[in-house]
Design a protein around this ligand. Structure first.
Ligand code: AMP
Ligand code: ZN
Length: 439
């Protein structure tokens, strides 16, 4: 069976026919690194991790590019609020993102390009767009002329007029037309040096959309197989990526297959930073929730449907994993279940794959679970909680103990030390701080 995926561009489930079967190329919009990822962000990462694993199984080589957006208004605002440089903030959040996604057993992409390291490519693309008449410079900005692109709106299936009438566009005096979007914008006086770049249009920074067009072209070429991201990115972000790339690279169709993951919701509402209804992966891990349980929960619904998050979902996921850990045996040379592979090839039917997984046992179970990014530990480690989540929990306890000591609440700090001791964790204080070891 060939891999079939739901293509947003055609609104049909299509077989994947790679442009170059010896190297399947996929681009996924990665995080804007201004705050620690929540489980909605994690859903997107897990979805494409499953797809990546499947592609890597079926094809000899996969080039999976997932970018880091490290220049953006939200980043600037967060850095100012915290009183640190943009670079310090993006480095910190990028590290947290890697730790948290690693705890969910997500594999590293083949390339993880950073926007700030591709400014020259973005400028070159913007220059090409200006030269071809698809963009214009005005008042330190460069804008994309949407009315010049006859295919604009092909992904979201909206007409330019509807978009403008929908008023999701910013009206500004420097725009020829309200629907035109920003490719480059001027820096403000107060921005710090790590978010300001020289350009033919003055000191400024790129618009968000051009980042992905430039990074995908750099690492995958002008045409590639799959482009992924959350459903919220379809318009305007992905629509604008297509416009920029197809107009700058004449004759290119950009990505062939567009995959969009559904939202993770809480009580039916999209989880988001702005709504404040979010739980970070780190929050859960710090409470002792196991990374694999979060991953299992995120895979329990098919990627293109909404997934409503609940405590119960997480508890049920952990219970299933407890049972699977008891039934699994070391996998040596075992093949991944053909039925699981076919369930995934059928538009990533992860709930079906997980249901099949629960009918297996022994070494066959272990091999298939590992393929899905599950049962990565020994049963002993899982049941003793000797996992990354446990390490995080210990570190959180140590932090709390230090806080208590600082506040001279010695009853509390001793209570934390005793709690850890009861779990076999010994603390050692020195001038450099506190370290721990298992007794
Ligand atoms: P952001 O850092 O907000 O740009 O989001 C990074 C990725 O997470 C994007 O692909 C978003 O579409 C995705 N995302 C954000 N919130 C959710 C959510 N509640 N459910 C699923 N995906 C989400
Ligand atoms: Zn993007």
């Amino acid at each position: 069976m060939t891999i079939h995926l739901s293509n947003t561009l055609t609104r049909t489930v299509e077989p994947l026919a790679p442009l170059d079967p010896s190297n399947v190329r996929m681009y996924v919009c990665g995080p804007t690194v201004y705050a620690r990822p929540h489980i909605g962000n994690a859903r997107s990462v897990v979805v494409y991790d499953v797809l990546y694993r499947l592609l890597a199984h079926d094809f000899p080589r996969v080039t999976y590019v997932r970018n880091i957006t490290d220049v953006d208004d939200k980043i600037n605002a967060a850095a100012v609020e915290r009183g640190i440089t943009i670079r310090a903030l993006t480095e910190e959040v990028m590290g947290q993102f890697h730790d948290d996604m690693g705890a969910l057993s997500c594999l590293k992409p083949t390339v993880e390009p950073r926007a700030t390291e591709h400014i020259a490519q973005m400028i070159a693309m913007i220059e090409a767009l200006i030269e071809k008449g698809f963009a214009y410079a005005a008042d330190g900005h460069v804008l994309f002329r949407v009315q010049k692109d006859p295919n604009y709106g092909q992904l979201s299936r909206r007409s330019v007029k509807d978009m403008v009438a929908g008023a999701r566009v910013e009206v500004a005096p420097y725009k020829e037309y309200a629907g035109d979007f920003v490719l480059w914008k001027p820096a403000s006086e107060k921005d710090d040096a790590s978010s300001k770049f020289d350009s033919p249009w003055g000191v400024g920074r790129p618009g968000w959309h051009i980042e992905c067009s430039a990074m995908s072209a750099t690492h995958l070429g002008n045409d590639f197989d799959i482009h992924g991201g959350g459903a919220d990115l379809m318009f305007p972000h992905h629509e604008n990526e297509i416009a920029q790339s197809t107009c700058a690279h004449t004759g290119s169709h950009y990505a062939k297959l567009w995959v969009h993951n559904g939202f993770l919701t809480v009580n039916g509402e999209k989880m988001s930073k702005s709504l404040g209804n979010f739980i970070t992966v780190h929050d859960l891990l710090s409470k002792g929730v196991k990374g694999e349980a979060i991953r299992f929960a995120l895979m329990s619904t098919r990627y293109n449907e909404p997934l409503d998050w609940s405590e119960k979902l997480l508890e049920d996921s952990e219970k299933v994993l407890n049972r699977l850990y008891r039934q699994a045996a070391p996998a040596d040379g075992n093949e991944v279940s053909a039925d699981i592979l076919d369930a995934l090839r059928d538009n990533l039917n992860t709930p079906k794959a997980l249901a099949i997984l629960q009918t297996l046992d022994g070494a066959a179970l272990k091999a298939s679970a590992n393929f899905l990014g599950l049962l990565n530990q020994t049963a002993e480690a899982w049941f003793q909680g000797d996992a990354t989540s446990d390490v995080l929990w210990i570190e959180v306890q140590i932090e709390a103990r230090n806080e208590a000591k600082k506040a001279r609440d010695f009853a509390q700090s001793d209570a934390i030390r005793d709690l850890l001791k009861a779990k076999g964790i010994v603390l050692e204080d020195s001038a450099e701080g506190t370290t721990w070891r298992r007794a």
